[in-house]
Ligand binder design. Structure first.
Ligand SMILES: [Fe+2]
Length: 200
């Protein structure tokens, strides 16, 4: 992905994210940075991984996510908007990449990742490093001090204690074993988990 394309992509999507879910644009920028870090140590095609990272959550800007926010952490994946944000996000990503004249094969690969990006087990079954790195970077942003800040922005400051947070913490502890497969992501996830107090 060249710098000129990246700039045009950002110009298009930054306002869309900023009109969407609170905190999502900052999450996107961190996810892109995490992808760059992972690619410095693992293989992966920046022409796929980076646009996919930039576009992966755009679906949240066009679906009603009230049901997702109302659900407790363990059942968020059962909500309608959870599935819709991936489906709609993949379609929207296709449109945007077409407008930017991005390669057709590349666009299809990016869409195939976005369509299931919140289902790590399905992504890992694809056995494709590009898809793996996007999902790992996205999940890494649930950890560390920034992971705590993002959680508060998304669900409210009051959710950072009590049973809601305990459930979220448990998912993150379990996620260490199921959300990461490259050695680089595994190591970083463990470090960030410790930093955010997951084992205290
Ligand atoms: Fe994300």
């Amino acid at each position: 992905m060249d710098a000129a394309f990246e700039k045009r992509l950002i110009t298009k999507i930054e306002p869309m994210y900023k009109n969407g879910r609170e905190g999502d644009w900052d999450h996107i920028l961190r996810t892109v940075d995490l992808c760059r870090y992972l690619m410095a140590h693992e293989n992966g095609d920046p022409g796929i991984v980076l646009p996919a990272a930039y576009l992966h959550d755009l679906g949240w800007a066009i679906v009603d996510y009230a049901d997702f926010n109302a659900a407790t952490p363990g059942v968020k994946t059962k909500t309608t908007s959870f599935l819709k944000h991936m489906e709609q996000g993949a379609i929207l990503a296709g449109k945007i990449l077409k407008e930017l004249s991005y390669g057709e094969a590349e666009t299809r690969e990016i869409q195939s990742i976005i369509k299931i990006h919140d289902l790590p087990e399905k992504i890992f079954k694809m056995n494709k490093i590009n898809a793996t790195l996007v999902v790992e970077a996205d999940r890494l942003d649930r950890y560390g001090k920034t992971g705590i800040r993002r959680f508060k922005t998304m669900f409210g400051k009051e959710k950072i204690s009590g049973p809601y947070w305990e459930e979220a913490k448990k998912m993150r502890r379990e996620g260490l074993g199921t959300w990461f497969i490259t050695p680089t992501a595994r190591l970083l996830a463990k470090k960030l988990a410790t930093e955010m107090g997951l084992f205290d």
